[in-house]
Design a protein around this ligand. Structure first.
Ligand code: GUN
Length: 274
């Protein structure tokens, strides 16, 4: 079993991005918008800011209290769209309930949508056109698999979780690589039987869902889940101790997909469309 070392690979990617930024005429400027005081969101935003600094991307964080109106937020996004000095805009999710997330994501210019969440970018991915940006987590996962020269063509890939952020774009990106993709989610029957057929398992659920000795021998297991268990320990979707002996490659939590997501986001943030 080989560990997919996201920490190591992310450092390599960040170095590449740094070189790329250094040779660009225009310095990218990423604006991160944080609404409310969700402590996890604050940690993510700080990590993004730190990573941007590391690679020479200018970054700013705009903070709003949780009672900001949807209208005020949309106006701010419009302002950032029209600011030629701003090259990337990211609104940290989740947003408070009174704000329509889809409206906000749609308000961001697709050319500055470093998260790749805008319907134009997701739609382009769906119909096989090149989006301006691919969503950071699935793109980071492919960067990680590529680094280990893991082939995807003709392979059976099982994606667990159907979020717009990970599961759905992941499935599309695997299809683009000519994998045979099965999407699983909370209504899927016989999940264990499906996982047993997979050459590649990508789990993005946020629950301990890939367990037992149920994976195919030498399969590749990517754990996107990250949350704290009852003892406060960071853990993922995969029962590592049980699954790891039979698989070929496995990503740890922490130190797997998390750092790759940040590196992939910085790759996106280094792009300048204008
Ligand atoms: N919240 C959880 N994941 C993400 C992400 O990738 N981007 C944004 N903007 N918010 C998130």
């Amino acid at each position: 079993m080989i560990l997919l070392d996201g920490k190591k690979v992310s450092e390599k990617i960040l170095n590449d991005v740094k070189g790329r930024v250094l040779h660009q005429v225009k310095i990218p400027h990423l604006v991160v918008v944080l609404v409310g005081d969700d402590s996890a969101s604050r940690v993510y935003v700080n990590n993004k800011k730190k990573a941007a600094e590391k690679v020479g991307i200018k970054s700013s964080v705009i903070e709003f209290s949780s009672d900001i109106s949807e209208d005020t937020l949309l106006k701010k996004i419009n302002e950032l769209n029209n600011d030629s000095e701003v090259t990337g805009i990211l609104v940290q999710l989740p947003l408070p309930n009174h704000i329509d997330k889809n409206k906000v994501v749609t308000a961001i210019s697709p050319l500055k949508d470093v998260d790749g969440f805008h319907p134009e970018n997701q739609g382009k991915l769906l119909i096989g056109m090149e989006p301006y940006f691919y969503p950071a987590t699935p793109q980071g996962i492919l960067m990680l698999l590529d680094e280990y020269s893991i082939p995807l063509e003709c392979k059976n890939a099982v994606v667990i979780g159907r979020s717009n952020i990970v599961g759905k774009p992941m499935a599309q990106m695997l299809l683009k690589r000519n994998a045979t993709v099965t999407m699983c989610h909370s209504y899927t029957q016989n999940l264990d039987e499906i996982i047993k057929t997979a050459d590649v398992v990508i789990s993005a659920v946020g629950k301990k869902i890939v367990r037992c000795k149920m994976v195919k021998k030498n399969s590749v297991v990517v754990d996107v889940g990250i949350y704290r268990d009852i003892n406060g320990k960071l853990t993922g979707d995969v029962d590592f101790d049980i699954v790891s002996p039979s698989c070929g490659f496995i990503s740890p939590v922490p130190g797997g997909v998390g750092p790759m997501t940040i590196a992939s986001l910085m790759y996106n943030a280094s792009k300048v469309y204008m």
